[in-house]
Design a protein around this ligand. Structure first.
Ligand SMILES: *[C@@H]1O[C@H](CO)[C@@H](O)[C@H](O)[C@H]1NC(C)=O
Ligand SMILES: *[C@@H]1O[C@H](CO)[C@@H](O)[C@H](O)[C@H]1NC(C)=O
Ligand SMILES: *[C@@H]1O[C@H](CO)[C@@H](O)[C@H](O)[C@H]1NC(C)=O
Ligand SMILES: *[C@@H]1O[C@H](CO)[C@@H](O)[C@H](O)[C@H]1NC(C)=O
Ligand SMILES: *[C@@H]1O[C@H](CO)[C@@H](O)[C@H](O)[C@H]1NC(C)=O
Ligand SMILES: *[C@@H]1O[C@H](CO)[C@@H](O)[C@H](O)[C@H]1NC(C)=O
Ligand SMILES: *[C@@H]1O[C@H](CO)[C@@H](O)[C@H](O)[C@H]1NC(C)=O
Ligand SMILES: *[C@@H]1O[C@H](CO)[C@@H](O)[C@H](O)[C@H]1NC(C)=O
Ligand SMILES: *[C@@H]1O[C@H](CO)[C@@H](O)[C@H](O)[C@H]1NC(C)=O
Ligand SMILES: *[C@@H]1O[C@H](CO)[C@@H](O)[C@H](O)[C@H]1NC(C)=O
Ligand SMILES: *[C@@H]1O[C@H](CO)[C@@H](O)[C@H](O)[C@H]1NC(C)=O
Length: 604
């Protein structure tokens, strides 16, 4: 019997190598007790009847591993690995379905070190590699007592389920199938979630979730390529099936090609649904049918600590923050370390020694997980200075409402967000504060960081306002410099001057400004191209200064624009704050938003 089985296997190996079309049979290739495999032997794997799947040895690193893989694919496709985190095996390793009914791996023939591949409560009497990609062990009454489908690694195949409470863990790389950096969890609460491995598994670490929860469910990939969450059918709710993806394909002719569906948590942390098409002439094709995310930089932990992710084309590239170097330049996703030794900051503080640190040029569009240890209502310049003066602070992010957030190390999950207006500053060693070298070209240029978004107002004014109104562009500036900054900050927020959440400048109509200044009655002073009037903002007792542009249209606007830009750049505690502007088309309900700048037309 055993002899026959071996003969059969050799035959099927030959059939595989021939180019002859193979008729598909559903008759399983039964593997009998006493059968064995070895990288050195003539038989290195056991095939499924279709010849599409094999169980046995495959190459890994400098040795071999035991697992299930797809044959005749454009790229090696491993769907399961036994003891994936073990050392690669030597070519002397053997895998045997012993006469005692155990699936045993002997890593070394001489010493006879053995390891069970499958833990079973009863003895197996046979095994089979099925066409679905499932390797099963049977008992003496042909019941399945163990199957690879029950312990998935990074992949589920058509017909396989990831049951509630189980995880997929990505592979280290395309060629190394040991445990990698990401985890797909089918939570008991029915939510399917993605996390970096070894994170705290809290909301901040999660980078994708199905969002369906409330009842226990399994993740299923069925034979036609539908990926769905199947709720507990015991509850009699047949409808609690949530389809995540439809991976089925239009029929391409007929049965002459097989389609295999596969959902894999790839090494880059993205969960993808693939379909493999295999024709009888052994040619094949792989299609990506669905993926949870498109942007690899959205995968938290794609880049390690103190680095950030930026897309270059389709590729995600990790860059170190200023003042940091790669832990391993050949493996940039590992993260970065500070490229200087910390001095004894606190001691220096006490002894009044000269500071060794400077603040880097600002970086724009950066995001990292938001856990500041301190949030202060400081202007940009003071914000970075306050970090310099603080031994705990290594980075600050500054948003344009005087919101200064201070961070300790490490900084996690950094990435470029195109529409972010935050500025990030880093504490770097003195004399090394040049433009950071690790920044993607074209994205961060300190020279053009000053955001003078005032220009659109003026252009709008030109095109929309009446001739008389065109002359006037207003900056409404708050007069009072509050003694207590925090107090001022709060007041600003509380006041109905309305520095709204969108951080926009308040828009005022001409009438409102006229009313606020009581018809431009009390002149406070005169600049080179306009007078400043005292006023009180309606609805609050806030004293404001209103500057009215009075010169000729073209020249005046150009100069005023330059002044606005300067104000945007200048941040000083002795200058009052720009809180609003004249919007010529306010009556037309079109609101103009600009950022909230700091500045003044009045020096005190
Ligand atoms: C492998 O096959 C060759 C001939 O095909 C045979 O000579 C050799 O003995 C076989 N080796 C084993 C270990 O079965
Ligand atoms: C395999 O076994 C042979 C004989 O026992 C030994 O000479 C050889 O070094 C072993 N090969 C490996 C890769 O361990
Ligand atoms: C199968 O094996 C069990 C013990 O594992 C034994 O009790 C039973 O009689 C066997 N059945 C058959 C049909 O051989
Ligand atoms: C997977 O789940 C589906 C739907 O819940 C079920 O019909 C099927 O039997 C399960 N498959 C396995 C192998 O458990
Ligand atoms: C996770 O932690 C375990 C135990 O400390 C460690 O062996 C493993 O390498 C870690 N994995 C990753 C991806 O960091
Ligand atoms: C897979 O699921 C879809 C959607 O529920 C269903 O239409 C299809 O018939 C299923 N296929 C199989 C083979 O069960
Ligand atoms: C799934 O996709 C296939 C092919 O695109 C399409 O023919 C079929 O109607 C879809 N089924 C569902 C339920 O969306
Ligand atoms: C395959 O499809 C073609 C038309 O698309 C048909 O003529 C042919 O008979 C089909 N072959 C089989 C084996 O079904
Ligand atoms: C195999 O068959 C498919 C579909 O009939 C065809 O597109 C492909 O070119 C063929 N490949 C080879 C190597 O003959
Ligand atoms: C600190 O860094 C800034 C640029 O961010 C640079 O202009 C300045 O010269 C540096 N100061 C010292 C003392 O190196
Ligand atoms: C940036 O864009 C994303 C969507 O593209 C949006 O969800 C997010 O709120 C935006 N952030 C800001 C600050 O505008």
């Amino acid at each position: 019997m055993a002899f026959l089985a071996v003969l059969l296997l050799i035959l099927s190996n030959i059939a595989l190598n021939s180019t002859k079309a193979k008729s598909q049979t559903n008759q399983p290739n039964i593997i009998h007790l006493g059968s064995s495999l070895s990288p050195n032997a003539n038989t290195t794997s056991w095939l499924s009847p279709s010849g599409l799947f094999a169980f046995g040895f495959y190459r890994q690193d400098y040795g071999f591993a035991v697992g299930i893989f797809m044959l005749n694919q454009p790229e090696t496709t491993i769907t399961w690995t036994a003891n994936r985190d073990d050392e690669p095996l030597s070519s002397n390793a053997t895998l045997e379905l012993t006469l005692d009914g155990e699936l045993l791996l002997r890593t070394d023939q001489k010493q006879g070190k053995a390891k069970l591949i499958a833990q079973t409560s009863t003895q197996a009497t046979s095994a089979s590699m099925l066409d679905s990609g499932n390797f099963v062990l049977y008992d003496n009454v042909s019941r399945v007592i163990w199957q690879s489908f029950d312990s998935p690694t990074d992949t589920i195949l058509g017909g396989q389920n990831l049951t509630a409470g189980k995880n997929l863990v990505s592979s280290k790389s395309v060629s190394d199938h040991s445990s990698g950096r990401f985890l797909l969890g089918m939570q008991e609460d029915g939510n399917l979630v993605l996390y970096p491995v070894n994170s705290s598994y809290i909301t901040e670490d999660c980078y994708w979730a199905s969002g369906f929860n409330g009842y226990s469910s399994d993740l299923c990939l069925n034979g036609t390529g539908f990926l769905y969450l199947q709720g507990d059918t015991d509850l009699g709710r047949s409808s609690n099936r949530r389809i995540l993806a439809n991976g089925s394909s239009e029929d391409e002719g007929n049965e002459t090609h097989a389609i295999i569906h596969r959902a894999t948590l790839d090494a880059d942390g993205i969960f993808r649904l693939y379909s493999h098409h295999v024709w009888s002439n052994k040619s094949s094709r792989v299609l990506i049918k669905w993926s949870v995310l498109e942007n690899k930089c959205d995968v938290k932990g794609f880049c390690g600590f103190n680095s950030f992710c930026a897309l270059e084309g389709k590729e995600a590239i990790c860059h170190c923050f200023p003042g940091f170097d790669f832990i391993d330049p050949d493996s940039k996703s590992l993260g970065c370390y500070q490229n200087f030794d910390e001095d004894n900051c606190r001691e220096n503080e006490v002894s009044g020694l000269i500071m060794r640190y400077n603040i880097s040029s600002p970086l724009e569009n950066l995001w990292w997980v938001n856990y500041p240890y301190s949030v202060l209502p400081l202007k940009e310049e003071l914000c970075s200075k306050s970090c310099l003066d603080d031994c705990n602070c290594w980075a600050v992010s500054y948003t344009d409402v005087n919101n200064c957030r201070k961070y300790k190390l490490p900084l996690r999950y950094g990435k470029i967000i195109e529409n972010s207006t935050d500025l990030a500053f880093f504490k770097v060693i003195l004399g090394n504060s040049d433009t950071p070298t690790h920044v993607p070209p074209g994205r961060v240029n300190p020279e053009i960081l000053v955001r003078s978004k005032n220009a659109p107002i003026l252009i709008l004014a030109l095109s929309l306002g009446s001739v008389a109104f065109l002359c006037f562009v207003f900056a409404v500036s708050s007069f009072v410099v509050y003694k207590n900054r925090a107090h001022r900050y709060k007041k600003l927020w509380d006041s109905n001057v309305g520095l709204a959440e969108d951080f926009a400048l308040q828009s005022f109509s001409y009438n409102e400004l006229e009313r606020a200044t009581d018809g431009f009655k009390e002149e406070l002073g005169r600049g080179c191209f306009g007078a400043v009037y005292k006023g009180t903002l309606f609805g609050s007792n806030k004293a404001v200064a209103v500057k009215r542009l009075e010169k000729g249209v073209e020249e005046g606007i150009r100069e005023f624009r330059a002044e606005m830009t300067t104000i945007g750049r200048t941040h000083h505690r002795n200058l009052v704050q720009l809180i609003g502007h004249f919007a010529p088309d306010l009556e037309r309900k079109s609101k103009i938003h600009t950022r909230c700048s700091q500045g003044s037309f009045l020096s005190t």
